[in-house]
Design a protein around this ligand. Structure first.
Ligand code: VGL
Ligand code: ZN
Length: 250
């Protein structure tokens, strides 16, 4: 992709606030308040796509790698998805004995880390094993018009938090090509977990020149060792917008 197209695309996010700030709002910003997007002012259109990240049984309380309150995102995700013409869902999809599992590393426990060829890997409980009930989408997730389900983390020797690139930052899932071919310009992200798969996907969306907006309330984080605050920091620095469902016309 050319630099010009990248610049154009990254500028696209700037167009979401339709009303200009009032003098009072500008004063508040000058005093350090972050610019708030007006309720209902972000209007998804034909060049926007909603990425529903890993709303799978293993990430729900009771699952193998439960995300606190993960179940609470489901009704909101359904509601938001209904307002999008285009939806892509992701599914964490590991081989048995996957390299990201603590059980594959003798002496290691879940949430410890290890060094692998592609960098530091957090080690997880066995989760989202291909074809198991834990890898299924939550039974109440209802997005019949989703156009693509992208599976990731299926290479035994490499993890993939991001829906775009695997943990080496180079191996592609094919999603950036799909998004380009479909002409999408902005990706809205919801799902689990904020600080891992949502964050890494949002950062990679920016890397391939897309606008990226994380809708905060239909997300929940794992927050292992400060990972949630770090994730928001990284996302903000990369130009990922943080919005709430109330900013959408749903
Ligand atoms: C995820 C840890 C391991 C996620 C997936 O969906 O955020 N986190 N695998
Ligand atoms: Zn995983």
């Amino acid at each position: 992709m050319s630099t010009n197209r990248r610049q154009f695309l990254s500028g696209a996010v700037g167009g979401i606030v339709t009303a200009g700030p009032t003098a009072g709002t500008r004063r508040a910003w000058a005093q350090g308040a972050s610019p708030k997007i007006q309720p209902g002012k972000v209007k998804p259109g034909g060049r926007d796509v909603l990425l529903v990240v890993d709303v799978q049984n293993d990430f729900i309380p009771g699952g193998a790698l439960p995300v606190k309150e993960g179940n609470l995102v489901v009704p909101l995700v359904n509601q938001i998805a209904a307002g999008f013409e285009h939806v892509i869902m992701t599914q964490d999809w590991h081989t048995p004995g996957h390299i990201s599992f603590a059980s594959a590393h003798p002496g290691k426990k879940p949430f410890e880390t290890t060094k692998l060829a592609y960098g530091t890997q957090v080690l997880w409980p066995d989760h989202c094993v291909q074809g198991t009930a834990g890898a299924d989408f939550h039974k109440d997730l209802k997005i019949p018009h989703a156009e693509l389900v992208i599976r990731k983390g299926y290479r035994k020797q490499m993890d993939s938090y991001s829906a775009f690139f695997e943990a080496d930052g180079k191996s592609t899932t094919g999603l950036s090509g799909y998004v380009r071919d479909r002409g999408f310009r902005r990706v809205f992200l919801v799902g689990l977990a904020t600080d891992f798969c949502v964050c890494w996907s949002a950062l990679d969306a920016r890397k391939v020149g897309l606008g990226a907006l994380v809708v905060e309330d239909p997300c929940r984080g794992i927050d292992a060792d400060g990972s949630l605050a770090k994730a928001w920091d990284q996302m903000t620095k990369a130009g990922v917008k943080r919005i709430r469902s109330a900013d959408l016309p749903v």
